[in-house]
Design a protein around this ligand. Structure first.
Ligand SMILES: Cc1cc2nc3c(=O)[nH]c(=O)nc-3n(C[C@H](O)[C@H](O)[C@H](O)COP(=O)(O)O)c2cc1C
Length: 168
């Protein structure tokens, strides 16, 4: 099996992280992997931002009361909707999976975080988030990633109910 397939099969959602910071270079590579995901008709409706600096991560987490939803991750990646597009949810999913796999390939752990979306898109919090990220225009959050170094053991794979003889 090649490295790409091994990476796909061994990636797991991790929900406990060390305080260790993730390098900006690594976060930048992961964001690049997201940017290079396919988008419908190449419309590229997303805006992706990696948050690696300790202060910024804290500021972003504090907007939603401490951000325990990120499980103590030392870095965060956020995917925003750059403009209205019927395929942006699907495009976002492709970018997210690229970034989870890129993280795993760099020896980092991650978890897809959806549950903060409504909290950050509340108008007051959205304004604070845009300010924290240094953005002049207001974007709507789609999905986030908790990123960092795993604390404890790697979780076992959850059983897949789609397994079977899917090739005819
Ligand atoms: C659209 C989507 C939203 C998710 N949102 C969350 C979330 O808010 N919090 C969380 O802990 N995990 C979240 N996850 C992670 C899933 O729970 C996880 O991928 C699933 O249990 C399978 O485990 P695995 O990633 O280890 O294979 C989300 C995954 C997807 C695809």
């Amino acid at each position: 099996m090649n490295d790409t397939l091994k990476s796909i099969l061994s990636r797991r959602s991790v929900r406990s992280f060390k305080d260790t910071l993730v390098s900006k270079d690594d976060v930048s590579l992961i964001v690049k992997a997201g940017i290079y995901a396919p988008t419908a008709c190449n419309r590229q409706p997303l805006f992706i931002i990696g948050i690696a600096s300790e202060d910024k991560v804290k500021e972003v987490k504090d907007i939603i009361g401490g951000g325990k939803q990120f499980y103590g991750a030392s870095a965060i990646i956020m995917v925003f909707k750059r403009n209205e597009d019927d395929f942006s949810e699907i495009d976002c999913g492709a970018a997210m999976e690229n970034m989870l796999l890129a993280s795993h390939s760099l020896g980092l752990s991650s978890c897809w975080i959806h549950c903060v979306r409504d909290l950050y898109n509340d108008p007051k919090n959205n304004a604070l988030l845009m300010k924290a990220l240094g953005l002049k225009k207001s974007y709507s959050l789609m999905e986030s990633i908790a990123l960092g170094y795993i604390q404890g053991d790697e979780p076992l794979p959850k059983p897949r109910n789609m397994q079977g003889d899917n090739v005819i």
